[in-house]
Every structure is written in structure tokens, then in C-alpha cells.
Design a protein around this ligand. Structure first.
Ligand SMILES: O=P(O)(O)OC[C@H]1O[C@](O)(CO)[C@@H](O)[C@@H]1O
Length: 298
């Protein structure tokens, strides 16, 4: 079994641990009313998008999500939350340097004593969820569980759904699809982006991702018999879209009722399985590294 498959399967236990650790980390996370910029790269950027949508919807205050390289941190923020598994990603470190002494910052990372933690005012370390694989699976989802718990969500159903997500049979028509489009709405748009990235990273397979209401505005042109459309959560399948997808002949993955984060776990499993079918080493995808460290970036 690959490290990636092991790490995917360990998510139910990791999620429970993340919930249990909330009291230890709560004070270092964004407080209600703070204006927050959440930054990250790749997977961590997409988790930033999901968390930002959830935090605003929960009424905790303005929350913007940015790719670390594009973050307009000259704006008025009370806190920067940097999501970074490795704690070494160059663009994240640069962003933390830019706000040092001016905006309070928190690094949420998997590695104790890393560069991001040294630059940030506060650190939240989820070392139990660190990964050997290049592609991130259990760290970002455990991080999301911690953040959702901190927003006051009751996660008991999500924790049960995690058990289902790691054992349930995968959709054969998705595994056979030459192209998969993930849809999201609100906080699940970031999850859709991450699901699509996961399949690209692990299997070099053609995926796309859109906010559900944007799908009719052109992207549906890609839908065709054999290809798959996978909304993450019921809100990601707005009224009438099922009929429009059916008309293209594409396979629609109907929302399962599982928590959307558990749906993401199923997408991770699809990514790993596709990689295996294609004979790829899912633990070390070509051209990708655990973290992007730019030697001569200034
Ligand atoms: O969360 P970190 O450690 O900053 O790393 C982000 C990196 O993680 C990845 O998901 C690893 O493939 C990439 O998207 C990105 O380069």
C-alpha cells in the first residue's frame, strides 16, 4: 500500500484528534470580529478559500483568502492566518515577512520549529497529521476540521461520514472517466478546487473545477458522454443543473448526503486509484515536491 493510501485511510482518526485538540489551539486561531486574511499555496490556498467562506457565513468577521504570492497585505487586517503543511513554502514565508510587526500572524502547520512558525506570532502545529506523501490529503482535511470546530460547528456527523468515505465503494463511472469536473458552492468551492488539484497531482488526469452557478456559463461545454461531473455537497447541484448535465450525456455524481469534506476524501481515493491504474507512483508524482522552496526568490 502507498503512503498516500495509508494517509487517506487514517483521516477518521486524524479528524477526531483534531477536534480533541481544539482547546489547546483555540487562542492562536482567528478570534470573532477580527478581519482576517488566510493565505497558502496549492492545496493550502484552496483550504484557505473554504475556511474563509465558512468563517464569514458563521458571522465571525471579514475573511479573505489569497494565494500567498498574490495577497494584498497592505490592506487593513487584524490577523494573517498562514496555512502551510511544510512551513517552508517560499511565497508563504515572504508574506509572513511582509506583515511581521504590523499584522498579527498565525502559522497553521504540520512541522514544529519550522521557518513559518518562527516568522509568525503564533503557531498551531498538527504534527500528528503530517504526511510522507508529496500530495496532501489528511493534513488539509484535519486542519479544516480543527478550523470548523473552532467556528463552533457540531462535527459529529462529519466524523461519522469520514468512516464511510474511507470504506464506501468508489463510483466506477468516475474511475473510468477521461475527464472529471468538480463543482462547489460557498465553502465547498475550495473543496472542489482541491479535489480537482488532487486528481491532477496524483494521476496527471484532466480535471476542472468551478463554482456550481458558473458551470452553465461556458464550462458545461466540456461535458460529454463518458466524462463526469461531481458536485461536492447538495448546494453544489443547483435546481435544473442535473437536467442540463443529463442532456450532455456526462455522468453526474449525485450528492451522497455525506459531509462535503468526506466527499473530498472520496475524491482523494479516486485520485490514488487512478494513479495506481495508470502505473504511477502516487507517493512521488513527477515534477512535484512536498513544498516549493525557491532558491533565489527575493
Ligand atoms: O502547505 P505547504 O507546505 O505550504 O505546501 C503547499 C504545497 O502543497 C502541495 O499541495 C503539494 O503538492 C502543493 O500544492 C503546494 O506546493
Amino acid at each position: 500500500m502507498s503512503h498516500t493510501a495509508d494517509e487517506i485511510a487514517s483521516q477518521p482518526a486524524c479528524w477526531r484528534q483534531a477536534v480533541d485538540l481544539l482547546p489547546r489551539h483555540a487562542a492562536a486561531l482567528p478570534q470573532p470580529g477580527e478581519r482576517v486574511a488566510v493565505i497558502g499555496c496549492g492545496t493550502s490556498w484552496f483550504m484557505a478559500q473554504s475556511y474563509a467562506a465558512l468563517r464569514e457565513a458563521a458571522g465571525h468577521g471579514r475573511t479573505d483568502a489569497f494565494a500567498a504570492s498574490e495577497a494584498p497585505l497592505d490592506r487593513e487586517y487584524d490577523r494573517v492566518l498562514a496555512l502551510t503543511r511544510s512551513g517552508t513554502t517560499t511565497e508563504v514565508l515572504h508574506a509572513l515577512e511582509r506583515v511581521r510587526g504590523r499584522i498579527r500572524s498565525t502559522a497553521l502547520t504540520a512541522v514544529p520549529d519550522g521557518p513559518a512558525g518562527a516568522l509568525a506570532d503564533d503557531s498551531v502545529v498538527l504534527d500528528f497529521a503530517d504526511e510522507r506523501s508529496v500530495v496532501q490529503t489528511r493534513f488539509p482535511t484535519s486542519q479544516m476540521i480543527l478550523l470548523r470546530a473552532h467556528l463552533g460547528e457540531d462535527l459529529s456527523a462529519a466524523l461519522r461520514d469520514a468512516d464511510t468515505a474511507v470504506t464506501e465503494e468508489l463510483d466506477e463511472r468516475v474511475l473510468a472517466a477521461p475527464q472529471i469536473t468538480f463543482l462547489g458552492a460557498g465553502w465547498t468551492y475550495g473543496l472542489a478546487q482541491e479535489a480537482a488539484l488532487k486528481v491532477r497531482e496524483a494521476a496527471a488526469w484532466w480535471t476542472e473545477s468551478y463554482p456550481a452557478m458558473e458551470y452553465r456559463h461556458g464550462p458545461i461545454g466540456i461535458a460529454a458522454p463518458g466524462r463526469a461531473v461531481w458536485p461536492l455537497g447538495a448546494a453544489a447541484l443547483p435546481a435544473g443543473l442535473d437536467g442540463q448535465i443529463a442532456a450532455t450525456g456526462a455522468h453526474l455524481v449525485r450528492p451522497s448526503g455525506l459531509d462535503p469534506l468526506a466527499e473530498l476524501v472520496k475524491a482523494q481515493r479516486v485520485a490514488a486509484e487512478l494513479a495506481a491504474t495508470l502505473g504511477r507512483d502516487v507517493d512521488s508524482p513527477p515534477h512535484l515536491t512536498r513544498s516549493v522552496v525557491l532558491e533565489d526568490a527575493s
